[in-house]
Design a protein around this ligand. Sequence first.
Ligand code: ADP
Ligand code: MG
Length: 533
Amino acid sequence: MPRQHSSHGPGATAAPEEGVALAGAALDYVTDAVILLRHDWAIEFVNVAFERASGRQREALIGRNYWTSLPGVMGERFDAEARAAMQLRTAHIYEEFNARLSKWFECRAFPCEQGLVVLFIDVTTRKADELTRVDLEEKLVRIQRMESLGTLAGGVAHDFNNILAAILGHAGMMLDELPPGSPLRSHMEQIKRAGDRAREIVQRILAYARGSGHELSKHRLRPLVEDSLGLLRSTLPASVRLTVDLHGNDCVATVDPAEVQQVVLNLCTNAWQAMPGGHGHLHVGLRAVQFDAPHACAIGRVAPTRYAELSVRDDGHGMAPEVVERLFEPFFTTKPRGQGTGLGLHIVNGIVHAHGGAIDVRSEPGAGTVFLVYLPVVSDEAAPLDTSTLAKVADPGEGEHVVYVDDDPIVLMMVEALLKKAGYDVRTYAEPGACLEDIEQGRVPVQLLITDFNMPGMNGLELAVAVRETLPRVPVIITTGYIGDELSDAADRMGGVAVLQKERSFEELAELAALALRGFPESRFLDTGLSPL
Ligand code: ADP
Ligand code: MG
């Protein structure tokens, strides 16, 4: 270890100098870089750590002027801070990133009798931890903001949905009133169409706000495919001939309906985009198939059982084997920049596998393409009463006593008007507790209970259960923005309970009410030995 302090000969008694020498030697063991500068900026001392940090040998430094030998070496800020500390005789402490060494230093410059003593402490690890923490905190804040935005959007969408329901309900009633030839009809129809579009968008926001969007419940696939094709028709070029062959009426699967729609839309969009000049034939099919083991293995990743097969066939340009091989890779596209994202099939694949299904592709250049999507079918007995396929019930009400409960005043008013118009004697409650009390006290005649699900204090299902204590056979319709598995299962178990998507109320509630009053055909009342009213 080089020495810059002269050692003292034997018998020397200069204890202070000895002390300085010892201190200098000791400082070589300190891992922080240390430099001692005289008042005239001559370098008096550097330790080993300083040699390492500066990349200079101490022989080349000791006795030299700092400004001729070291400026800028210990960081851009050091020169100014050191000058200030020297002149003002105050301690200067700061942190700086040294780009040359890729390290963070905490620099501590202290004025002393000889001039200035400076410590450079390597704080890189602490800094990195701090930065990671800040980064994580920022990320967390962003995630939380997204979450609250989701909740907010969900809340707004929920209210908006109710307002839309009022607009659509009034439009519908007005359409009923207008004579066939009235010039106002087309305006009303436009209002209704625009409202329907808005409702779809709100549904999407609601689905998104509910979480990842992956919300599974039992659905008949055919109406879902029909709905998707309805959405597709607005974007499909008129030059594409669309044919549809939907069987599998009994195909019930546990799916996220929005995701199934996304699958249909993505496959159909790819299909027509593969048609030269947008001219061609697109065919969509649905049927139930039974897989034996070898076939199931050939498709891959599916177990031998019953599946719904959704097919999307086009007579477009087809695909070469190299393309087929990479189809599901994210960002794989053969389309020009700005036209394809390469995400469509990646998403489709993810959705199908998340549903326990599989995809098969058959394609050849010039010979068109078929995509076959397989989704496992569940027993359809447990399917919720599918209100979308209800036969329209022509017979109007004959003053039957219907009790309707909803905490939303706009919807309450609308539904009341609608049910009255359909010929029912309606009694409304904005509060489930009040309704229950009246029923328990026998103050209100009830042949049918219709209730919103989501209400403060008591939800629709709890109300139905409580009402059944007094009126064990009363049929119940629960309207809700979202039909989850839990609700449909509970409704199933109770029997005589139908669950209706809230936005469908205006089209379907009156008919469903008529059906309920006659006794649900699919109702479990029959199983439990109770007969409907
Ligand atoms: P994008 O449509 O954005 O390109 P996709 O993931 O939906 O992304 O599709 C990836 C690629 O697969 C397309 O660029 C196209 O080359 C090919 N492809 C998908 N469907 C078809 C089809 N029906 N006919 C021909 N090629 C297709
Ligand atoms: Mg695509």
